[in-house]
Design a binder for this molecule. Structure first.
Ligand code: ZN
Ligand code: ZN
Length: 74
Protein backbone atom coordinates (compact mmCIF):
# COMPACT_ATOMS: atom_id res chain seq x y z
CA UNK A 1 0.00 0.00 0.00
CA UNK A 2 1.43 3.35 -1.07
CA UNK A 3 1.13 6.27 1.29
CA UNK A 4 1.66 9.91 0.45
CA UNK A 5 3.29 12.56 2.56
CA UNK A 6 0.61 14.76 4.16
CA UNK A 7 2.88 17.78 3.70
CA UNK A 8 4.11 17.52 0.12
CA UNK A 9 2.28 14.49 -1.33
CA UNK A 10 5.49 12.70 -2.28
CA UNK A 11 5.47 8.94 -2.00
CA UNK A 12 6.72 7.80 1.38
CA UNK A 13 9.40 5.17 1.64
CA UNK A 14 9.30 2.36 4.15
CA UNK A 15 11.96 2.83 6.81
CA UNK A 16 10.78 0.19 9.27
CA UNK A 17 7.89 -2.08 10.19
CA UNK A 18 5.67 0.84 11.12
CA UNK A 19 7.81 3.73 9.99
CA UNK A 20 7.67 5.78 6.84
CA UNK A 21 9.94 8.54 5.61
CA UNK A 22 9.48 11.39 3.18
CA UNK A 23 12.71 12.01 1.29
CA UNK A 24 11.41 15.24 -0.19
CA UNK A 25 10.84 17.08 3.10
CA UNK A 26 13.00 14.84 5.31
CA UNK A 27 10.19 13.99 7.67
CA UNK A 28 9.77 10.72 9.52
CA UNK A 29 6.35 9.35 10.25
CA UNK A 30 5.04 6.61 12.43
CA UNK A 31 2.32 4.57 10.83
CA UNK A 32 -0.44 3.82 13.23
CA UNK A 33 -3.39 1.65 12.37
CA UNK A 34 -6.72 2.36 13.94
CA UNK A 35 -10.03 0.57 13.98
CA UNK A 36 -12.54 2.12 11.61
CA UNK A 37 -15.36 1.51 14.05
CA UNK A 38 -14.01 2.47 17.47
CA UNK A 39 -10.75 4.33 16.75
CA UNK A 40 -8.61 2.10 18.97
CA UNK A 41 -5.13 1.10 17.81
CA UNK A 42 -5.13 -2.26 16.05
CA UNK A 43 -2.64 -5.04 16.53
CA UNK A 44 -1.09 -6.40 13.36
CA UNK A 45 -1.44 -10.14 12.84
CA UNK A 46 0.43 -11.95 10.13
CA UNK A 47 -0.71 -15.29 8.84
CA UNK A 48 0.31 -16.99 5.61
CA UNK A 49 1.40 -13.74 4.00
CA UNK A 50 -1.95 -12.08 4.60
CA UNK A 51 -2.18 -9.24 7.08
CA UNK A 52 -5.11 -8.97 9.41
CA UNK A 53 -5.68 -6.78 12.41
CA UNK A 54 -7.03 -7.45 15.84
CA UNK A 55 -9.10 -4.92 17.75
CA UNK A 56 -8.99 -5.33 21.53
CA UNK A 57 -11.92 -2.99 21.92
CA UNK A 58 -14.29 -4.63 19.43
CA UNK A 59 -12.79 -8.01 20.34
CA UNK A 60 -12.74 -9.13 16.74
CA UNK A 61 -10.53 -9.61 13.73
CA UNK A 62 -10.42 -6.76 11.24
CA UNK A 63 -9.51 -6.85 7.60
CA UNK A 64 -7.49 -4.15 5.85
CA UNK A 65 -10.68 -2.43 4.76
CA UNK A 66 -11.74 -1.92 8.38
CA UNK A 67 -8.44 -0.32 9.28
CA UNK A 68 -7.58 3.37 9.07
CA UNK A 69 -3.96 4.27 8.39
CA UNK A 70 -2.89 7.28 10.42
CA UNK A 71 0.45 9.02 9.86
CA UNK A 72 1.91 10.66 12.92
CA UNK A 73 4.95 12.93 12.71
CA UNK A 74 7.81 11.17 14.48
ZN1 ZN B 1 6.99 15.36 2.28
ZN1 ZN C 1 -12.60 -1.60 17.18
Amino acid sequence: MQLLCPHCESELIRSGESKRRCEACHTDFILSIECHECGEALQRLKACGAVNFWCDHCNELKSKSSASYILVDA
